[in-house]
Design a protein around this ligand. Structure first.
Ligand code: FES
Length: 142
């Protein structure tokens, strides 16, 4: 697909975000921001049988950060936590489809992945400190 088509997809997610809002009874809620610009994402997750049973996000910021969050929620809904663990920067950049992002824009695209990995740290902290540590190692990369 051309960059123009990807730009349209990003704008569509920005204007009509999927899975935007809050969950009434989340297992985990976490907030973070991009320190460079202050853009914010909150993620709310419900986990059942090691799967993401439900996920919603709230946020404020640039089109790439907010569209990327919307696309990420679609990517991980009903998926096992092991899939979330293996999600990497390249998967997100491939998903949003813009190959020529500069370093600042890459941070925009990865903000939601960082928040998702941090939500897994919180989820696992009391249950499985080893997994919490693995997710923390991932989250600090972004
Ligand atoms: Fe702030 Fe994109 S400009 S996350």
């Amino acid at each position: 697909m051309s960059d123009d088509i990807y730009r349209e997809i990003i704008l569509d997610h920005y204007r009509n975000p999927r899975n935007k809002g809050r969950l009434t009874d989340p297992d985990v809620t976490i907030h973070d921001s991009n320190p460079l610009c202050g853009d914010e994402i909150d993620m709310h997750l419900k986990v059942e049988e090691d799967k993401i049973k439900d996920i919603k996000f709230e946020g404020r910021g640039c089109a790439i950060s907010q569209a990327s969050a919307s696309m990420l929620t679609e990517m991980v809904l009903n998926k096992p936590l092991s899939m979330v663990k293996n999600l990497a920067k390249e998967d997100i950049l491939e998903n949003i489809g813009l190959t020529n992002l500069g370093p600042a824009r890459i941070k925009c695209a990865l903000l939601s992945l960082k928040v998702l990995k941090m939500s897994m740290v919180k989820y696992y902290t009391d249950k499985d400190p080893k997994s919490a540590g693995d997710f923390r190692d991932e989250a600090v990369k972004y």
